[in-house]
Design a protein around this ligand. Structure first.
Ligand SMILES: C[S@@+](CC[C@H](N)C(=O)[O-])C[C@H]1O[C@@H](n2cnc3c(N)ncnc32)[C@H](O)[C@@H]1O
Length: 303
C-alpha cells in the first residue's frame, strides 16, 4: 500500500492530467484538483500555474508544499498552504497561516473571462471555483436583463452577467475591499456600462428596497454573519424565509432568482413565497472537478 504522501502525489499528477484535458483550449485556467470532502488528505486548487492547498480539519500536519510543487511541476513558492482553524464559514472563517510570500496576485481565466485572485493574503482567493457552472448559466441568460448580485464578494457573477450583455447590474456587498475588487474584475474584462456597486448590509438594503426591479437575482449568502456594520446578525437557516420573501418582491414577473448556500445540512423552508417554480438544481451546478462533493446547494426560483 502507498503512503499517504505518495497517494497525494499520484492523485495530483493524475488529476492535473485529467483537468488539462477537460479544460483544454485555455479559456478556463483555475480548477479543483482534489478535495478532502471526497477523501483526499487535503484540498488543492489550481490557479493558472500556482496551487492553493487547504489543510483538512483536525489534521496533525500541514499539507506538504514540496510534494505538491513536485507533483504539479511548479516552483515551491507557487504553492500556498492554508491552515483552516476554527473555521465557521467561508467568509467568516477566521484564521489561517500563510507560508509563502504576500501579495501573490495573478489573473486566471474562466470561460474566457479574466479574474484577479490573491493566493496569499486571505483565506479565500477571490474566486469560488465551485460556482463556475452557475456563473456560466447567468452569463448565458443575462442578455438585456437587469441583474442583481447579492453578497457579491468579488463580483464574479456580475462579470459573467455583464459579459453576457446585461442591460444593467447591481452588486451589493458589505466590504469595500471586495467591491473594489469587483470593479477591477469588470475593468480587466473591459466591461463598461451600467454597473452599480453598493456597499451595504444586504439585509438592511433588501429591507428598504421596493419591488419588481430585477430580471435575474443571484443570492449566495454566507452561512453566518455578524459584522458590526450590520443592523442584526444573519444565519441562513434561521433567516431564509425573510430573505426569500424579499427576493420574490424584487424579482420582476417572469424573472429568475438563484439561491445558494454552503451550509452543511441546510433544509429549504416549506414556507415559501408565491414563486411559480422552485427547483433544486444543485446537481447541474457542480462541475466535474467537484464530482463526489457537495460544495453548495442551489435552488432556481421563478416568479
Ligand atoms: C459566500 S461569499 C459570497 C460568494 C459570491 N456569491 C461568489 O460566488 O463569489 C459571502 C460574501 O458576503 C459578504 N457579506 C457577508 N455579510 C453581508 C451582509 N450582511 N451584507 C452584504 N454582504 C455581506 C461578504 O463580504 C462576502 O463577500
Amino acid at each position: 500500500m502507498l503512503a499517504v504522501s505518495d497517494d497525494l502525489e499520484t492523485l495530483l499528477r493524475t488529476r492535473q492530467a485529467e483537468r488539462t484535458t477537460q479544460f483544454a483550449g485555455g479559456t478556463t485556467s483555475a480548477w479543483r484538483l482534489c478535495d478532502v470532502a471526497s477523501g483526499a488528505p487535503c484540498t488543492v486548487d489550481w490557479y493558472d500555474g500556482a496551487a492553493v492547498a487547504y489543510e483538512k480539519a483536525g489534521a496533525t500536519a500541514a499539507p506538504d508544499a514540496a510534494l505538491i510543487a513536485r507533483a504539479l511541476a511548479i516552483p515551491i513558492d507557487h504553492v500556498f498552504v492554508k491552515q483552516r482553524r476554527q473555521q465557521k464559514d467561508r467568509q467568516h472563517g477566521g484564521q489561517y497561516q500563510v507560508v509563502a510570500r504576500a501579495q501573490a496576485e495573478r489573473t486566471v481565466r474562466e470561460q474566457g473571462l479574466r479574474f484577479a485572485v490573491n493566493l496569499s493574503d486571505y483565506l479565500d482567493t477571490g474566486l469560488f471555483l465551485d460556482h463556475r457552472p452557475l456563473r456560466r448559466t447567468v452569463g448565458r441568460l443575462a442578455n438585456g436583463r437587469r441583474v442583481l448580485n447579492l453578497f457579491a464578494y468579488t463580483g464574479a457573477f456580475t462579470v459573467h452577467a455583464a459579459a453576457g450583455g446585461a442591460r444593467e447590474t447591481t452588486t451589493v456587498d458589505l466590504s469595500n475591499t471586495y467591491l473594489r475588487w469587483a470593479e477591477h474584475n469588470l475593468a480587466i474584462n473591459q466591461l463598461r456600462g451600467q454597473h452599480r456597486m453598493i456597499k451595504a448590509d444586504c439585509l438592511r438594503w433588501l429591507g428598504e428596497s421596493r419591488g419588481a426591479t430585477y430580471d435575474l437575482i443571484i443570492c449566495d449568502p454566507p452561512t453566518f454573519s455578524n459584522s458590526k456594520a450590520m443592523a442584526r446578525s444573519w444565519e441562513v437557516g434561521r433567516d431564509q424565509e425573510w430573505l426569500l420573501g424579499r427576493l420574490w418582491t424584487l424579482l420582476a414577473p417572469g424573472g429568475t432568482a438563484w439561491f445558494s448556500t454552503n451550509k452543511q445540512g441546510f433544509t429549504l423552508t416549506a414556507k415559501l413565497p408565491a414563486f411559480t417554480s422552485v427547483e433544486d438544481i444543485t446537481a447541474e451546478t457542480i462541475d466535474t472537478d467537484f464530482a463526489g462533493t457537495t460544495p453548495h446547494r442551489c435552488w432556481r426560483l421563478r416568479r
